[in-house]
Ligand binder design. Structure first.
Ligand code: AMP
Length: 280
């Protein structure tokens, strides 16, 4: 596997792939790879494209320096996982090069629905993701890019970027959320939790499943959401948001049973912020 840290070298490598008549698949990550990331690697094996994984912990998307600094890193095991999955190239850009010129005032017009859920609670987060994803797409010029549904709002924003800035030339493929056996969605942030924390955190996913059953049986959505927030909130878990929205445009689902409904949750446990969602 080729490992590249310079943006210029990465552009040259991508041009040479295209000159040979090959297309590129991109799987962007922030490293500390787990089975969730590996599922995207597996998905990306279904084409003949050259596969490039980017590993960049994007400082622009963190709302606190301490959260950024404590983001877990495991480069050696990441490289081992990528080699085992026969990835062609790892792009690990130098931070200064990646951030250079990027913070110049740029008016970012994100769709209205990006200002709810994580957009509401993490000011500037999606602006930071937007800038880096757009820059990665420009450097790599992929024909396909893979993203996880776990970060559903991010997935919707990436689709917006592909449409508005790249004329839909980049196909965005979404991967299902991979979970621990107890239902907890895999996340690099889980590494900061104790075994007990993880067990407690899994109760949130279990509650989402129970909620789905109640919604499908026709219970009052708003009352149910309030009841579930109360049931989950205790000295360990602090719910940031729990909402039932349309997966198409994030509008509130007020009808008892609606197509494309999705439950979205963000919560804190032991100072770690986790998100999850399920189709209803
Ligand atoms: P991250 O390294 O956390 O930025 O994630 C890189 C990509 O992996 C993103 O597209 C995520 O949505 C995706 N991802 C993260 N966790 C999971 C998971 N548990 N299952 C599937 N995809 C995931």
């Amino acid at each position: 596997m080729k490992i590249i840290t310079s943006i210029e070298e990465q552009k040259e490598y991508c041009s040479s792939i295209e000159a040979e008549g090959n297309n590129i698949s991109l799987i962007p990550t922030m490293g500390n790879l787990h089975s969730g990331h590996e599922s995207l690697l597996l998905l990306s094996r279904s084409t003949k494209n050259k596969r490039i994984v980017s590993l960049f912990v994007n400082p622009l998307q963190f709302d606190s320096i301490s959260d950024y600094r404590s983001y877990p890193s495991s480069i050696d095991s990441d490289i081992e996982i990528l080699e085992r999955n026969k990835v062609d190239c790892l792009f690990m850009p130098d931070e200064n090069q990646m951030i250079e010129n990027i913070n110049h005032p740029e008016t970012i017009h994100l769709p209205q629905y990006m200002s709810i859920l994580c957009g509401k609670h993490r000011k500037g987060h999606f602006d930071g993701v937007f800038k880096i994803v757009k820059k990665l797409f420009k450097i790599i010029n992929p024909s396909i890019a893979y993203f996880g549904k776990k970060d559903y709002q991010q997935l919707m924003m990436v689709r917006h970027i592909a449409k508005e800035y790249f004329g839909n030339r980049i196909e965005i493929v979404a991967g299902d959320t991979v979970r621990e056996s107890n239902g907890l969605a895999m996340s690099s942030r889980n590494n900061r939790l104790s075994l007990t924390d993880k067990k407690i955190a899994s109760s949130v996913h279990k509650e989402l499943i129970i909620m789905r059953e109640s919604i499908n049986l026709g219970s009052n959505n708003q009352e149910l959401l309030k009841k579930s927030i109360d049931a989950l909130s205790d000295k360990y878990i602090k719910i940031e948001y729990l909402e039932l929205l349309s997966s198409v445009d994030f509008s509130i689902i007020s009808k008892k049973n609606a197509d494309n409904a999705m439950l979205f949750v963000a919560f804190y446990i032991s100072g770690v912020r986790l998100i999850d969602n399920i189709d209803v």
